[in-house]
Ligand binder design. Structure first.
Ligand SMILES: [Zn+2]
Ligand SMILES: [Zn+2]
Ligand SMILES: [Zn+2]
Length: 347
């Protein structure tokens, strides 16, 4: 990783090191950072790249951290263009139970808190201080999402919620899914059409309330008297995109970066856009003539390629290690056999 001095690296790793390296200038909290899901983390180290909030590839966050699979994992906080770090650090240090550690990565400062309480505290402090930053939600904060199929496109979300609640299933939110993909018909008349104004789909996203067990919801067969199918919500493939700042690798759930519009690329929330329907779109990431959500955007394509390369590289490395282990074992065996042979030969 870039911009990482060996000293800062020591401090950095000391927070989560299993060996519990202490006394490197920061006090460490009691052992609440224990990592009971180490195995799961290793197994899922790539899937996290392509899913919700795992790590920003523009930031130095290791995309293999697998935040989503470890409820104890404290996400990094990525600060943008900090003007006076010394002063900010003083504030953080005074307020936190355990001083956070940080390292520079280009124009970003990556802050790591040592306890979950400190993580929430730092987020509030940064918002108060009006620092631009983004982070990720804790695994425990993430909602359980499902998609209901086979309902009419014009069924109201309130009716769906009501119907589910009548069956004793508590729901946080129901939203109708939308798409900006052109239809076949639209593509027939204009092959180069990249995206169209959002149109509703006959798919309803359900966010379960914390008190509702998934099994209870999955047992529901009918909504408003209509037979339904329920599927687990699968986030779109590829790195997630933030609806607030349009950057890739994190979502708007924990983003405090300046807003950028998905339609015109200017510095406002998409909901506040005053762009006319006929006016050309401007991408916030590449300034091209498409909305920032267009998957043909060169910035997105480059990023996706980078992730694929990283994944392949890591896979090759694993394969190489596996292969190289075989000869080592054999060599050892040969050496041992030889030694025994030698010792026998003495007799
Ligand atoms: Zn963002
Ligand atoms: Zn706009
Ligand atoms: Zn673009």
């Amino acid at each position: 990783m870039q911009g990482e001095g060996s000293d800062s690296n020591m401090e950095w790793t000391s927070v989560q090191s299993k060996r519990g390296r202490r006394g490197v200038g920061v006090s460490t909290p009691p052992k609440i950072l224990a990592n009971p899901l180490d195995k799961t983390e290793i197994r899922n180290r790539f899937s996290s790249i392509a899913t919700d909030e795992a790590g920003d590839v523009f930031s130095p966050v290791d995309p293999r951290e697998g935040i989503r699979n470890n409820p104890n994992k404290i996400p990094n906080i990525n600060l943008d263009n900090v003007k006076n770090w010394a002063l900010l650090y003083k504030t953080l240090k005074t307020n936190c139970a355990f001083p956070p550690v940080a390292r520079l990565a280009g124009r970003r400062t990556v802050v790591k808190c040592q306890t979950i309480a400190d993580f929430f505290l730092v987020k509030n402090l940064l918002a108060q201080e009006k620092v631009d930053f983004f982070t990720y939600r804790l695994a425990s904060e993430k909602k359980r999402l499902f998609v209901i199929r086979d309902l009419p496109i014009n069924l109201g979300t309130e009716e769906i919620k009501e119907s589910l609640e009548e069956r004793g299933v508590q729901i946080s939110k129901v939203t109708q899914l939308q798409t900006t993909k052109p239809t076949f018909k639209q593509l027939e008349s204009n092959k180069d059409l990249k995206s169209v104004p959002p149109r509703a789909l006959p798919l309803f996203l359900v966010e379960l309330h914390d008190c509702t067990p998934s099994v209870d919801f999955l047992a529901v067969r009918y909504v408003c008297g209509l037979k339904i199918r329920i599927e687990k919500h699968r986030p779109p493939k590829g790195p997630p995109q933030c609806h607030r700042c349009q950057l890739f690798g994190h979502t708007d759930k924990a983003c405090h970066m300046p807003p950028r519009c998905v339609k015109c690329g200017r510095n406002h929330l998409t909901a506040e856009c005053k762009k006319e329907a006929g006016e050309a779109a401007v991408c916030a990431n590449c300034k091209g003539g498409h909305p920032a959500s267009y998957r043909g955007c060169p910035v997105y394509a480059k990023l996706k390629q980078k992730l694929t390369d990283l994944k392949n590289k890591a896979q090759n490395k694993t394969k190489k290690t596996e292969n190289s282990q075989v000869p080592i074992i054999n060599k050892e065996k040969v050496r041992l056999t030889a030694r025994f042979r030698n010792s026998y030969s003495k007799f």
